[in-house]
Design a protein around this ligand. Sequence first.
Ligand SMILES: Cc1cc2nc3c(=O)[nH]c(=O)nc-3n(C[C@H](O)[C@H](O)[C@H](O)COP(=O)(O)O)c2cc1C
Length: 221
Amino acid sequence: MELQEAVRSRRSIRQFLSKPVSEDIIRELIADSLWSPSWGNTQPWEIVVVTGSKMAEFKQKSQEALMSGHQVPTDIPMPQVWPEAYLDRYKELGKSVLGALSIAREDKEARMQHFVKMFGFFDAPAAVLVAVDKTLALEYAMLDAGIFLQTFCLLAHDRGLGTCIMAAMVTYPDIARELFGVPADKLFVMGAALGWPDPDAPVNCFERQRGSMDDFVTWVE
Ligand SMILES: Cc1cc2nc3c(=O)[nH]c(=O)nc-3n(C[C@H](O)[C@H](O)[C@H](O)COP(=O)(O)O)c2cc1C
């Protein structure tokens, strides 16, 4: 796949086939992603790959935590306030996802079921979580972690795999820390669900939105 096509056609996958991803493929994807740039070549990403029975346990515990109203602070604070334009885009995404799933906005029960699916990581057979050391200049380390994840997602897409970068995966860092034996001085930045996309699922096919160049760019000569 050409790079431009990969960038343009990668999309978040929210329904996966029940087909495992081999360890060999994940290893190859990570080996290539490790060539991502980072500040001063520090390579601050610490990666946890989750598959098999641990993945099943991770999903189950996260779903239970959601349904029981479990609340813990995330390792990286979640945004509390968003400027209007960002909020509008967030709401539009919600409409697209729920629309694709034929869930009416006022159907609280069905919306909750969608959240439960989300905390089951959309049935993905694998997950890749990125953590960074607490002592680092967090903003820069997070930027590096994000670059790593984007590289990973593009490479996965190139192989026909699907990904969804997921804040939901790091909502309960206590669960992840205990299940994966990750010490408290490592902060979970983000995770990505990984698997084979279900090509027929409408939630993987809705039209995505992007702002225009004028929304983001100031040209200076
Ligand atoms: C930092 C980050 C966190 C995200 N968390 C979630 C999540 O918890 N659940 C989800 O369904 N999508 C999540 N997404 C996916 C975004 O909604 C998606 O990237 C965005 O809508 C753009 O759509 P696209 O990836 O299909 O191009 C996240 C993406 C990023 C970059």
